[in-house]
Design a binder for this molecule. Structure first.
Ligand code: ZN
Length: 277
């Protein structure tokens, strides 16, 4: 089996966020010779945007994606306008960090709503508005479909097919998909929809494993190799389509990896990247 390129490994900062602040994570990646990083907005805000950009540059790291924008549906026009403004700020921050894309978790049902179709059309409209802004400044937007268990509260775009449909509808200039295996591995159309997305639309590739049993739907993701996802098959498939971006490890793990020495976590990510991705 063809081993992955070590230089493509990227750490989504959520993976060690309970142990380290962003400055420590940047230094940790550099120390472990991990070249990619994907930071979250709250951490960047805490460290300062310019300071973050400068530290990432001076350590010669690349930013595989910026987490995150989205949350388009709102209870009223005012709420949607506030989301629009915040999303434009996220685009600007992603530019300052020279991120490969801004990752979008699109949002679920607003307030007490039960109108899932309505939420999905609010997502399409909000995405369209943001896309206009992002295209002008040259920041690619990556729609991240989330597992359907999050349809109500985080993202009502739940499959690669839905994300592809949005790209068809809005035009895929500057718009694509963040393929996160945790959210998409189960989908019977996974490989067909990857192919439909093709090289142009696949903007990010997020890795972790699905544990059996999964004890917490948000914070019990597995290290690559500890679960049931054929990560290597998926990675070879996206690369066969021409994807040359990062293999971004994103593990939320309240009871295991967040409890460990973060240096050990990064070393394990490196080793499992080679053996299981
Ligand atoms: Zn992800």
């Amino acid at each position: 089996m063809q081993a992955p390129d070590k230089n493509r490994l990227s750490i989504n900062t959520a993976t060690v966020r309970q142990q380290w602040n962003l400055k420590q994570i940047i230094d940790g990646c550099a120390r472990h010779d991990i070249r990619g990083i994907s930071p979250w907005r709250d951490q960047v805000q805490a460290l300062g945007l310019q300071q973050t950009a400068q530290r990432i540059r001076s350590n010669e790291l690349f930013v595989s994606g910026y987490c995150r924008g989205g949350m388009f549906p709102g209870v009223d026009a005012q709420a949607r306008r506030a989301a629009d403004e915040d999303n434009r700020r996220a685009v600007d921050e992603a530019l300052a960090l020279n991120a490969a894309c801004l990752v979008l978790v699109v949002g679920g049902l607003p307030g007490e709503s039960k109108d899932l179709a309505g939420a999905r059309s609010q997502v399409r409209d909000g995405l369209g508005r943001l896309l206009e802004y992002a295209r002008n400044v040259g920041m690619p937007l990556a729609i991240e479909p989330l597992h359907p268990m999050y349809a109500a509260d985080r993202a009502c775009v739940n499959t690669l097919e839905q994300a592809n449909d949005l790209c068809d509808e809005l035009g895929d200039d500057g718009l694509g998909i963040a393929v996160d295996l945790y959210h998409t591995w189960w989908d019977p159309k996974f490989y067909a929809q990857l192919e439909r997305a093709g090289r142009k639309r696949i903007l990010a590739f997020h890795l972790c494993d699905w544990l059996v049993p999964t004890r917490d739907l948000l914070n019990d993701r597995g290290m690559m190799g500890d679960g049931v996802i054929d990560i290597r098959a998926a990675r070879l498939a996206v690369e066969a389509l021409g994807f040359t971006g990062a293999h971004e490890v994103e593990i939320f793990s309240a009871h295991n990896w967040w409890q460990r020495d973060p240096d050990e976590v990064l070393e394990t990510c490196k080793a499992r990247h080679q053996s299981h991705c």
